[in-house]
Write a protein that binds this ligand. Structure first.
Ligand SMILES: NC(=O)CC[C@H](N)C(=O)O
Length: 315
């Protein structure tokens, strides 16, 4: 079938699919556990659910609380990796691996066995190394990172939630331990404090589903943002980043997520998940209740229903 016709038929289906998804996930909203390591996250109402789909031509479909801001947390690791990948290119992989960890995102154990080189850029240790690379490269790394995210989200208003940032710092002992441990292996070059400020800073940015779907469009379009024409990665780098999202984007549940959803995606403990289908669309979903792996329980189900009902996935 002609690609264009297939895409137009897909678009026509989506409003009804979103209605069905919202109905079907509703009993799941109470089953997840909202992140409770900082008060700002534990106070978020678990009944929230939002979803936004954006096609690379800009067509948009949304449902629920798709314009309510939430803490993007680890989804920000995709944006920081994009910046670091553009700086170091393939040399990046001397500092951080590209294998699934099979361990929780904040695990310390593997790091010791592997001499301070994190398994991949999406576990906390890996994202802290990425923050170090950005810290060493830019004069004002946090503002550079935020400006980059504002640019790809096409939203100048995006900002950090200062309450979340302060709590991340107050309760960030495990991340500090990871950073210091890697410093002992000389895999952190800047001051640990500066690196953690950047890491906590980008985790504390707030976005909504519409913003996130917009921001992921460059990954759905071979590295070029289709709505601005700006290139952030070349096609090979975009392929590689998407491969990492598929194998590592949802931590030790990445196999299950790939099996059920069939899209490269990234989750965060704020309950967001953003995913893409190359050449077609990006989709972001938000529901704060998490499963045992720290991924949005209803959010992952919504994405599974999305690919199942529409029949579209990367496979
Ligand atoms: N998985 C996540 O979203 C973790 C991010 C969180 N800020 C942390 O460092 O623990």
């Amino acid at each position: 079938m002609d690609d264009h016709i297939a895409i137009e038929e897909l678009k026509a289906e989506i409003p009804a699919v979103l209605v069905e998804i919202e109905q079907e996930i509703s009993p799941l909203l109470s089953l997840g556990q909202v992140a409770n390591y900082i008060p700002e996250l534990s106070n978020v109402d678990s009944n929230n659910f939002g979803m936004a789909v954006r096609f690379i031509d800009g067509a948009t479909f949304e449902t629920g609380n798709s314009r309510t801001n939430f803490s993007i947390q680890s989804i920000s690791k995709v944006f920081s990796l994009t910046l670091a990948f553009a700086i170091l290119k393939e040399n990046l992989w001397f500092r951080v691996g590209k294998e699934p960890s099979g361990n929780p995102f904040n695990s310390l154990i593997q790091l010791e066995n592997e001499d301070g080189k994190p398994r991949n850029p999406f576990i906390n240790a890996g994202a802290i190394v990425i923050a170090d690379i950005i810290s060493s490269h830019f004069e004002d790394p946090l503002n550079t990172t935020i400006d980059f995210i504002r640019e790809i989200a096409i939203n100048k208003e995006l900002s950090i939630n200062m309450g979340v940032l302060q709590s991340e710092k107050n309760y960030g002992h495990r991340n500090a331990a990871l950073a210091h441990f890697m410093k002992s292996y000389n895999n952190i070059h800047s001051d640990v404090e500066d690196v953690l400020d950047l890491y906590f800073g980008h985790c504390s940015i707030e976005m909504n589903c519409f913003d996130l779907a917009t921001a992921f469009l460059y990954l759905a379009n071979h590295g070029i943002h289709p709505l601005t024409g700006k290139a952030y990665l070349n096609a090979s780098q975009a392929k590689r980043l998407n491969s990492l999202l598929l194998t590592c984007g949802t931590y030790d549940a990445a196999g299950e997520f790939a099996y059920k959803v069939g899209m490269p995606g990234k989750s965060g403990v704020g309950g967001g998940i953003a995913a893409i289908i190359p050449g077609v669309l990006s989709v972001a979903v938000w529901s704060p209740g998490l499963d045992n792996y720290g991924n949005s329980l209803a959010g992952a189900k919504a994405l599974e229903l999305f690919t199942t009902k529409t029949g579209i996935s990367i496979f």
